[in-house]
Structures are given as structure tokens and as C-alpha cells.
Design a protein around this ligand. Structure first.
Ligand code: SAM
Length: 292
């Protein structure tokens, strides 16, 4: 099969199979070789690596991955793409194509079975409609992971990387930064895809922390505090927590914890760093315990 490095070959393959793009699957195929090179370089793929690709499409990036990695598993939901991948990947013997929904797969089991439980690398031009569930699913399900290098909507990449006090900063920034170091490696305009998406895109690399950067007594509770703080972004943190029906935290308890931390009683959630959210949730839990 001819390389898909030449965009003309992409058009030929699509025509040969009379392929119809499906919006519901977030299908925007990459046709820019410079961007593909950048993704592969940022992911730092070597022959030692087992790479999971989410949504190979017609296999453009998969070909690059096969040329650089030890083994590649490519999971594609669209059944119409499977015969195409059979042709475009025919020359590679280190790839397995799986026709499935990535959100329904047990990725921990894949790492155990195919990579002896060693950390895997995830590389993808993600379907944007499920970016957050895919990334949070990978982190939360404890899949052994070294890094995730993915194309996402630019705005989402900025949220993942943003710092306290910026308008992009929120629950997603904190969740991602709890698990990984986030680094935007390229901004990618719509004309690098077929068809062109309506939004700008960016490649972001998330390198899994060896150890979590903060110590929390109850991870789930910290994330509930974080979500409650950003649900009511315009409210002060103590009101946001006190008003949230799903938490047991009273406004007075939140005020007391903030005072102990030396923070203003009128502070908003968007000003707190990950370390401060960890401290706040630990303090609130201590208060709960000491009051029975
Ligand atoms: N990797 C290809 C490229 O860069 O040209 C295609 C990227 S396209 C943005 C996203 C791909 O993910 C599509 O091929 C789509 O069919 C696939 N996809 C969408 N939802 C999926 C899911 N839940 N599980 C697996 N693949 C999915």
C-alpha cells in the first residue's frame, strides 16, 4: 500500500472505498505530514514502546507509529474503516487493529496482556466529542501509562495546561495536573485536516507523574471539593462549598479551613492551586473526624 504521507493518496483511498465521513464519530483526518512528524517526535516513540492509538481513521498516523514503535494497537469504532485499515496497514506486522469503542475497553488488561503490565504510551488525534472521558478514563482507571500525546481542541488543551487565576483554569486543569505534567507542543490550524473542523486544535503531551504531586487523604473527596468550587465560579469558595447539596461541608467549616490556611474568606476557587485544594480537603476531613 502506498504511504499516506501524500495527501493525494488519502483522497484516493477514500474514493476507492466510497467512504462517508461520520460527524457523530468526530472524524477529521490529519493530512499534514509536518504535524504528524511533530506528534511522533513529541510522543518520543522508540522500538521499546507499546503504543495504543485511539481512532486510527484510515491509518495515516498508524503508519508512522508502526515505523517507530515496537508494537501498536489501534482501536477504531467505525466498522467501515476496518477494511481500509486492512489495506493501508497491510505492510506492517507490528500492529493489531481492534474494532471497538475505546470507552468500553479494559485498557489495564490490554497493558497486562500485551506489555507485561509495563507503562504504555497513548497517541491519538482524538475524536473531540469524547476527549475528557477518554483522558480521565485513562488516568482514573489506573492503566499503567507513561504518556498521552494527543490532538485535542485548542481550547481544551489550554484548559489542561492552565494555571490558577486564569480564565481557562478549572476542574479539568486540576484533574489533569494531579496525574500528569501537561505541555502543549503544537498549535494546529483547521486546514491540516479533512474535513476541516470548526475549531482550532493543539497537540498536548501529558507525562504521567511517577508520584502524585500532592498528598491527599481522600482523592475522591478532593475532586468533589474541586468540582463544587468551579460549579459556582462566580461565588466565593466558602459559599460555593456551603451551598453544594452533595457535600456535607457547611459554610462555617469552609471559612474556618480557609482561615487556617491563611487565605481570604472571600477567595474564589479559581485562585487555589492543586496544593491548596489538597490542603483544604485534608483540613475539612480532619474537622469532620474531630466532630464525630
Ligand atoms: N487518527 C486519524 C487521523 O488522524 O487521521 C483519525 C482521527 S479522527 C479525529 C478520530 C477517529 O476516532 C475516527 O477515526 C473515529 O471514527 C474514531 N472514533 C470515534 N469515537 C471512537 C470511540 N469511541 N472509540 C474508538 N474510536 C473512535
Amino acid at each position: 500500500m502506498a504511504t499516506l504521507r501524500i495527501p493525494q493518496n488519502t483522497i484516493e483511498v477514500l474514493q476507492k472505498y466510497n467512504f462517508r465521513f461520520q460527524k457523530k464519530f468526530g472524524q477529521n483526518f490529519l493530512i499534514d505530514t509536518h504535524v504528524l512528524d511533530k506528534i511522533i517526535r513529541a510522543a518520543d516513540i522508540t522500538e521499546e514502546d507499546f503504543v495504543l492509538e485511539i481512532g486510527p481513521g484510515i491509518g495515516t498516523m498508524t503508519q508512522y507509529l508502526c515505523e517507530n514503535a515496537g508494537r501498536v494497537m489501534a482501536v477504531e469504532i467505525d466498522t467501515n474503516l476496518i477494511p481500509i485499515l486492512g489495506e493501508t496497514l497491510a505492510g506492517y506486522h507490528n500492529v493489531t487493529v481492534v474494532n471497538d469503542d475505546i470507552l468500553k475497553m479494559d485498557l489495564g488488561q490490554i497493558a497486562r496482556e500485551h506489555n507485561q503490565g509495563k507503562p504504555i504510551k497513548v497517541v491519538a488525534n482524538l475524536p473531540y466529542y469524547i476527549t475528557t472521558p477518554i483522558i480521565m478514563g485513562l488516568f482514573e482507571s489506573q492503566v499503567p501509562l507513561e504518556s498521552i500525546t494527543v490532538m485535542v481542541q485548542r481550547e481544551v488543551a489550554e484548559r489542561m495546561q492552565s494555571e490558577p487565576g486564569t480564565k481557562e483554569y478549572g476542574a479539568l486543569s486540576l484533574a489533569v495536573q494531579y496525574y500528569a505534567r501537561a505541555e502543549i507542543v503544537a498549535n494546529v490550524p483547521p486546514n491540516c485536516f479533512m474535513p476541516r473542523p470548526n475549531v482550532g486544535s493543539a497537540v498536548i503531551r501529558l507525562t504521567r507523574h511517577q508520584d502524585n504531586p500532592v498528598k491527599v487523604a481522600d482523592e475522591g473527596f478532593m475532586f468533589r471539593i474541586i468540582r463544587a468550587s468551579f460549579n459556582q465560579r462566580r461565588k466565593t469558595l466558602q459559599n460555593g462549598l456551603g451551598n453544594d447539596g452533595s457535600l456535607w461541608v457547611a459554610k462555617e467549616q469552609a471559612a474556618q479551613a480557609l482561615e487556617q490556611m491563611g487565605l481570604s474568606p472571600t477567595i474564589r476557587g479559581e485562585k487555589l492551586s492543586l496544593e491548596q485544594f489538597a490542603e483544604l480537603s485534608n483540613l475539612l476531613l480532619c474537622m469532620k473526624e474531630s466532630h464525630g
